[in-house]
Design a protein around this ligand. Structure first.
Ligand code: ATP
Ligand code: MG
Length: 432
């Protein structure tokens, strides 16, 4: 199987200009898969596909249910975790885990041992750090699911925009202006405030009692989410050099007003990291002028988001979308990268599709999705994209890869995972 008979040592590099490959070779690239050379479900495979992981990219992973999007994200995370020290020590990885499946990366993929062998790889667990909401920690511990700690945000890290977004309040409304005033007051008077401080301040503000009560009740409800903790690390500390932090947001199910709690998590993380990287990029520029080495203590950051349409929805307001759009539009300069996976292209904001520089399209059959993609990426769609997507065999893990940097389109097979893939379907059938 797998047509691996004609393995070649040769490679193609995607996402990196040939001039950079000439200067730096393949250092800082990841082994994503191999080029597909023949048709059919079990194609002959050729050159290795290496993807640049040392500079900023927006990578979009698309495809219909069950054709390998989460699996491919896992491969990219494995490669980021395997970068040589010189690159890894300048890189931080944050996985926003919407389904709660990335903790399995700690466990070797013994199930596909034979397949891995054909690819010259071995099962291997990775040292990822899994953080779950505070309230769910006892559950994970009871079932022996390996988690490393809890994830929480300091209330004081939310600005007025996030607070209003969280409760879907307008600054022009009575409740909105009351909350905004209380947030500013809490920042001024308390600094690192908690929700009780905010509730107290709301009570002390000049407003009608029923408005005060409605805002205080919203804040009291937010206490139940287990997201806020004034003793939590600062959010930028979740972007630690050399580390892969998996933030399990799968149990942050609640929504308040228009925004889900998960969106607020991504918005706050993304905004703080963006601001910090903007500052440190300047430090790196000064260092480059002085020493020729553009380094600082703040690493470049990769944020990996599965089910990304939840955070970049088309046609509705979202605090997460605003922040991620900034990453997409100007992230290149401060060195911020996004990997976004979705099965709902038609529900995804155009920004992500138009600005992505690498698109990995697993099987896509829905007319709406091909339309959405074609509408914003006409150059590819006009030529090979439609054709490739239409003829892509059913095999899981096959994909069309479009690379803006080299302006090439490849049909590839994504390599097998070294670590356990946690995305399998639940089944009531067990071996007797
Ligand atoms: N590159 C690959 N090599 C081998 N097997 C693969 C590969 N990609 C996917 N698979 C298989 O396909 C299954 C489904 O893949 P995955 O969970 O990534 O789907 P998905 O596109 O994320 O689906 P969903 O939209 O439901 O989340 C995996 O459990 C795995 O067995
Ligand atoms: Mg998935």
């Amino acid at each position: 199987m797998d047509g691996l008979g004609i393995l070649s040592d040769d490679f193609v590099v995607v996402g990196r200009k040939p001039s950079v490959v000439r200067e730096f070779g393949t250092r800082g690239t990841g082994f994503l898969g191999r080029v597909v050379l023949s048709k059919g479900d079990d194609p002959v495979l050729g050159r290795k596909v290496l993807v640049d992981l040392a500079t900023s990219h927006v990578i979009l992973v698309l495809g219909k249910r069950g054709y390998g999007k989460s699996y491919t994200l896992g491969v990219l995370v494995e490669e980021l975790a395997s970068l040589p020290y010189s690159v890894r020590s300048r890189t931080a990885v944050i996985v926003i885990d919407t389904v709660g499946i990335f903790w399995t990366m700690k466990v070797p993929n013994r199930d596909q041992k034979e397949l891995l062998k054909k690819w010259g790889l071995e099962p291997k667990g990775f040292n990822v750090k899994v953080l779950v909401p505070k309230g769910t920690l006892p559950f994970y511990l009871e079932y022996g699911i390996p988690v490393d700690g809890y994830f929480a945000i300091r209330p004081s890290e939310l600005g007025v925009t996030e607070w209003l977004g969280l409760f879907d309040l307008d600054l022009d409304s009575e409740a909105g202006s009351l909350l905004a005033g209380a947030v500013v007051e809490a920042e001024d008077k308390v600094g690192n405030y908690d929700l009780d401080d905010l509730i107290r301040i709301v009570g002390e503000m000049d407003a009608s009692p029923h408005v005060k009560r409605s805002v205080a009740m919203r804040l009291a409800a937010a206490k139940e989410w287990g997201l806020f903790d004034k003793n939590a690390p600062r959010t930028v500390e979740y972007a630690r050099a050399g580390a892969v932090n998996v933030i399990d947001v799968s149990t942050f199910k609640g929504a308040f007003g228009g925004q889900s709690i998960r969106e607020v998590v991504v918005a706050v993380l993304g905004k703080k990291i963006f601001e910090e990287r903007m500052k440190y990029r300047k430090v790196e520029e000064i260092q480059e002028m002085k020493t020729g080495r553009p380094v600082s203590e703040m690493p470049l950051v990769w944020m990996i988001i599965d089910e990304a349409h939840l955070f970049m929805p088309r046609g509705r307001k979202s605090v997460a979308k605003d922040v991620l759009s900034d990453w997409i539009r100007v992230g290149r300069q401060p060195g911020l990268s996004l990997v976004l996976a979705t099965q709902r292209i038609d529900r995804m904001s155009d920004d992500a599709i138009t600005q992505a520089d690498i698109i990995i399209g697993h099987r896509i059959t829905s007319y709406l999705d091909i339309q959405a993609l074609s509408a914003v990426r006409p150059t590819y769609a006009g030529d090979s994209l439609d054709k490739h997507l239409a003829t892509l065999p059913h095999t899981r893990g096959l994909a069309v890869l479009m690379d803006d940097v080299t302006e090439k389109v490849w049909v590839i097979r994504v390599r097998p995972r070294m670590s356990w893939h946690g995305g399998g379907s639940a089944t009531a059938l067990v071996k007797l």
